[in-house]
Write a protein that binds this ligand. Structure first.
Ligand code: INI
Length: 164
């Protein structure tokens, strides 16, 4: 077997940008609290976390792209809440937001974490924002730290491919 790579969960010295949707902010405020708390519990400094508010989940990708392109952040965390019960265009907002966030990560090489909850009901959203089933914002923050450290490993650990 070759080398096994994995990112640790130590966030010291890393700089994070959080893009958060104002729509459903009753939920997204909790996701944001969960994300910041998790970053700090993993040794990220408060001043190394910047927060960008956008109107809705649909706007997250455009803002995330600009922020990723600034080159100032090791990783981005995207937080939003799309609730089917409250919107007839649920699928459109949810799909475009997910596709766009993926595109930002792939096109810029900056780990860009998907922390948008998509639920049928407000109750399910509350559950995923810190009530019954954990806090999706905190999970996203942990994924961000892990991906940053994994990417660091990939850079130092590149193997030399021998020519035949
Ligand atoms: N944005 C959300 O983040 N969640 C939603 O549930 C939602 N609903 O219900 O429509 C929502 N809509 C707004 C959308 O993200 C854009 O801000 C808006 O369409 C303007 O472009």
């Amino acid at each position: 077997m070759g080398i096994e790579f994995q990112g640790n969960l130590i966030g010291s010295g890393k700089i994070f940008g959080i893009i958060v949707s104002r729509f459903n902010n009753f939920i997204t405020k909790r996701l944001l609290e969960g994300a910041i708390d998790e970053l700090i519990r993993h040794s990220v400094k408060k001043e190394d976390v910047d927060v960008f508010w956008v109107p809705g989940s649909y706007e997250i990708p455009a803002a995330a792209l600009k922020i990723a392109q600034s080159g100032k952040y090791h990783a981005l965390i995207c937080l939003g809440a799309v609730i089917r019960g409250e919107t007839p265009h649920f699928d459109f907002v949810a799909n475009e937001s997910a596709k766009g966030i993926t595109h930002v990560g792939l096109s810029t090489g900056v780990p860009t974490i998907y922390g948008v909850i998509t639920t049928e009901t407000l109750e399910q959203a509350i559950d995923r924002a810190g009530a019954k089933t954990g806090n999706k914002g905190a999970e996203a923050a942990l994924s961000a730290i892990e991906m940053v450290n994994l990417f660091d490993q990939i850079q130092v650990g590149v193997k030399t491919v021998k020519k035949q």
